[in-house]
Ligand binder design. Structure first.
Ligand code: HEM
Length: 272
């Protein structure tokens, strides 16, 4: 028997955009309250922390946007396909180049959680493109909401000028984030889904938040160990001169931290 497609829109609060917001409400609170996001909101993000976050965002958006591009004509992707307005990959490339220089590609390092997240994106892009909307919603509407505040905080905390290093937060193709979010919600609501597909999208959105939380937690673990290592080094009087060399070189400090994390946590770090 053919399954019944649900009505694209109605006025009883059963629009996909409303359901997805309700379904991910608790996850949103948890994501906001991860240590990394709390520090970020308080303006306590260091350049090392931000660079590590950018590396993970780069791999996440590379997977998300390649899968959206590949499925651009799919009926559940086409209504929410806005590469001109939303695509983040090029801005992340600019930010990474700003911080790491022209050979930034060799410096992209991510924890295991980021790798699991991108694997999931590749898998659904290949086998269940209906679910891509859940991931696009989670990232892009987040970037257009709290992300806008985080951009300003990052700029101030790191003393950056203009758009350099914070291109990720800037959406030149979106004049009003609020109006664009309304348009996006309307497009989400126009996607025809069976009840089963709709439930799968809602479950996938919760999963998308979970992936983000796991990435933030893994990054926080890497960073805590990096900071501990730096502070141990500073306290080690026997190796004072070496310590100064590391703390004077952000790139060495970054590599040192990641290396120590690999050895200590054993959680898997992927360099691309
Ligand atoms: C510092 C952490 C965060 C803050 C302060 C924050 C803040 C906000 C605020 C104020 C809104 C409401 C905007 C509105 O109603 O127009 C919002 C919406 C949203 N946020 Fe966040 N957020 C944070 C982290 C995240 C994270 C980590 C994600 C996902 C990865 C996320 C995903 C979303 C989504 C998808 C929406 C749209 C909800 C909807 O209208 O359906 N947020 N956020």
């Amino acid at each position: 028997m053919e399954s019944t497609k649900s009505k694209p829109r109605d006025s009883t609060g059963s629009d996909l955009s409303e359901q997805i917001k309700a379904a991910t409400k608790d996850s949103h609170v948890r994501a906001e309250n991860t240590q990394l996001m709390l520090n970020h909101q308080k303006g306590q993000i260091t350049q090392t922390q931000y660079k590590l976050l950018l590396c993970s965002l780069y791999e996440i958006y590379r997977a998300l946007e390649e899968e959206l591009d590949r499925n651009a004509d799919h009926p559940a992707v086409q209504p929410v396909y806005f590469p001109q307005e939303l695509a983040r990959l090029e801005s992340l490339e600019l930010d990474l180049e700003h911080f790491f220089g022209p050979h930034w590609r060799k410096r992209v390092t991510v924890p295991a959680a980021t790798h699991r997240y991108t694997q999931r994106l590749r898998e659904i892009g290949k086998n269940s493109p209906d679910l891509l909307v859940a991931h696009a919603y989670t990232r892009y509407l987040g970037d257009l909401s709290g992300g806008q505040v985080l951009g300003k905080i990052t700029q101030k905390s790191l003393g950056l000028s203009g758009i350099k290093g914070i291109a990720f937060f800037s959406f030149p193709g979106v004049t009003s984030p609020n109006k664009f979010k309304q348009l996006y919600r309307g497009r989400m609501n126009s996607i025809e889904l069976t009840e089963q597909q709709r439930q799968e999208v809602l479950d996938e959105a919760t999963r998308a938040f979970e992936f983000n939380i796991e990435v933030f937690d893994d990054l926080q673990k890497m960073l805590s160990i990096t900071e501990e290592a730096s502070s141990e080094k500073r306290n080690d009087t026997a190796s004072q001169s070496q310590s100064r060399t590391f703390s004077n070189s952000p790139i060495l400090q970054f590599a040192l931290g990641v290396g120590i994390t690999l050895a200590t946590v054993g959680m898997g770090v992927y360099a691309f």
